[in-house]
Design a protein around this ligand. Structure first.
Ligand SMILES: CC(C)(COP(=O)(O)OP(=O)(O)OC[C@H]1O[C@@H](n2cnc3c(N)ncnc32)[C@H](O)[C@@H]1OP(=O)(O)O)[C@@H](O)C(=O)NCCC(=O)NCCS
Length: 174
């Protein structure tokens, strides 16, 4: 079996149709595609990366700003959502590669923590742990699947409360 070669690069405006398709197919519905479109159009994507195979966009990941009720002014956190890979390209390590590259860029950009809502069995391999253990809640009442990754030691000291995503997350569900 030939090895798949993937390039990871920053998403560009001309990728927008391909991104929509990736998420529509990966998630089997329009919410994530709409979310990416809204956040991208409004230039609120902090980190937005695509995985490209033979010139075709096969995966995408996006990070956007989140706020936490009780946190110092200097504290900066981001939410990882969504990440999607075309079904025929899943389970080949592409999602992991996008997540690892995205987390590295978050660290380099000086963010203190990353939150997400996802399957603990998958995201624990990247170091994500239950956010509730750090006193963090979310607006959706999700418990075990709400996870956090502090990007350096002590990153979450003095930080607690409800994590708020961009309003586009609610808008995309309408
Ligand atoms: C979840 C997703 C991004 C993972 O990307 P991927 O490229 O398929 O994953 P990778 O190849 O990097 O990793 C594969 C490993 O993750 C595991 N895995 C994949 N999706 C998983 C999930 N939802 N829950 C638990 N484990 C999962 C596989 O079993 C595999 O494990 P192994 O390495 O022990 O065999 C991708 O499957 C996808 O787009 N799914 C549909 C959309 C979605 O659910 N996005 C995430 C929402 S939080």
């Amino acid at each position: 079996m030939s090895k798949i070669i993937i390039e990871i690069r920053q998403a560009r405006p001309e990728d927008s149709t391909a991104l929509g398709r990736v998420h529509l197919v990966a998630f089997g519905g329009p919410v994530e595609a709409k979310l990416v479109q809204l956040i991208s159009e409004r230039k609120k994507a902090l980190i937005t990366l695509v995985a490209v195979s033979e010139g075709r966009v096969v995966g995408h990941i996006l990070f956007s700003r989140v706020t936490i009720a009780n946190s110092p002014d200097t504290f900066k956190a981001v939410g990882l959502a969504p990440v999607g890979i075309l079904p025929e390209f899943q389970r080949k390590g592409i999602g992991s590669a996008l997540i690892r590259e995205g987390l590295e860029r978050c660290k380099q950009a000086g963010y203190h923590a990353v939150v997400l809502i996802g399957d603990p069995a998958y995201y624990s391999r990247f170091g994500f742990v239950r956010a509730a253990d750090f006193g963090l809640q979310n607006e959706y009442g999700i418990h075990d699947e709400f996870m956090v990754l502090p990007l350096h030691d002590g990153a979450l000291e003095g930080v607690a409360g409800t994590v708020k995503y961009l309003p586009e997350f609610r808008e995309a569900e309408c």
